[in-house]
Design a protein around this ligand. Sequence first.
Ligand SMILES: [Zn+2]
Length: 174
Amino acid sequence: MQTYPKLRGSMPRTSGPKVLVHRVLSPTPEDFIIISRVGVGVDFHYYAQRSSECDAPGGDGHCEKCLKNWPLKWRAYLHCLKREGQNNVQCFLELTSTAFQSLEFQTEGRKSLRGVRIKVSKTAGGKKGRYIITVLAECQDAPIDMEEADPLPTLRALWAAPGKKGQGQYVNPD
Ligand SMILES: [Zn+2]
């Protein structure tokens, strides 16, 4: 921890680890090791080319945007280590409901997703492409010593960032 002996009042905030929200966009498979025990399902609205949080996730309660019929989206997020060359880089992997169902189906019988290795690619066709998920053998040689992180603070920061879309933005998950 850095100290500032010649300063009083508020200290600069430490940046902490940066975690990227990651979407798989191409037919080239990408490798991930899942850190999360379970995925986090998130409802959000997409309106005027911007995403914003649904204030009544799951449809209970009151959300102005729901009442205005702003289009609603659902995605699941998994805290993962993404294989990049020799390195593992943390990310929040974004999956559609179909993709998440495929993952659930392939991991049936497991209590937790933690430690599961997956390969993810997307069929050609740009935005209309579908995710292809393959669960690989369990990653027993690489125990995960990292606590899982909640994707919501990162997503909220992305949604609040002016003029930015979710992909490729680094924000502090804490
Ligand atoms: Zn809503």
